[in-house]
Design a protein around this ligand. Structure first.
Ligand SMILES: Cc1cn([C@H]2C[C@H](O)[C@@H](COP(=O)(O)OP(=O)(O)OP(=O)(O)O)O2)c(=O)[nH]c1=O
Length: 197
């Protein structure tokens, strides 16, 4: 049994598109970065915490084994970690920072295997994609933010949406930017279910 620990409609869609059957349970965790925490360590830690939080809800109840999958995406530009914008001004600030430069999108992914007679096992990884933005004028930023699209996206944009017009180039997995690096996820799911010697 596979459980996706995510409220993100993009993650649901990508996992479904890759042919997996799963149920969804949302994890509520504190997403504040630790003092001095590097971006890659941060997204990996949050993915593990989301997966383990959902696992915790099942402990002792299940008679079958299952895998919980979770992910966390952030944008890293000019040394700053950008999550989802808090409001319109925050979204404008993020887009001004991304305009005319290349940034990194990092997604941490974690899979936890758990069963009645198995000790829980966690595997996690981080996938990085470089995304290049054209210059955006203040007017373009303001009208893009007014569409509402940026508000629930890390870095305040959706490559799969209207923002595509400002993105001439990426290097790495496109699906990683949308929130779930599906090829890497398939490997993680295979690995986590192999019994330990
Ligand atoms: C950069 C970028 C991010 N995103 C989205 C993917 C994620 O849903 C979101 C990053 O926020 P996350 O905190 O990683 O995820 P979430 O809160 O949406 O869902 P959950 O924690 O329950 O799994 O930004 C896009 O859809 N397109 C993009 O181009």
């Amino acid at each position: 049994m596979l459980i996706l620990a995510s409220a993100s409609p993009r993650r649901h869609e990508l996992l479904k598109q890759a042919g997996f059957d799963f149920t969804v349970e949302v994890a509520n965790i504190n997403e504040t970065p630790l003092e001095g925490e590097a971006a890659a360590a941060y997204v990996q830690r949050l993915a593990v915490e989301k997966a383990q939080a959902v696992c915790g809800l099942h402990r002792d109840k299940e008679t079958e084994s299952y895998v919980v999958l979770a992910a966390d995406t952030c944008v890293v530009a000019d040394g700053q970690i950008l999550g989802k914008p808090t409001d319109i001004m925050d979204a404008r600030r993020m887009l001004a920072l991304l305009s005319g430069r290349t940034h990194a999108v990092m997604t941490g992914v974690a899979a936890v295997f758990f069963g009645p007679e198995v000790k829980s096992r966690t595997i996690a990884d981080v996938v990085i994609t470089q995304v290049t933005f054209d210059l955006m004028s203040e007017q373009e930023i303001a009208s893009y933010v007014a569409t509402g699209e940026p508000m629930d996206k890390a870095g305040a944009y959706a490559i799969q949406g209207y923002a595509a017009r400002w993105i001439p180039r990426i290097e790495g997995d496109y699906f990683n930017v949308v929130g779930l690096p599906i090829a890497r996820v398939v490997h993680l799911l295979d690995q986590v279910q192999v019994p330990e010697e």
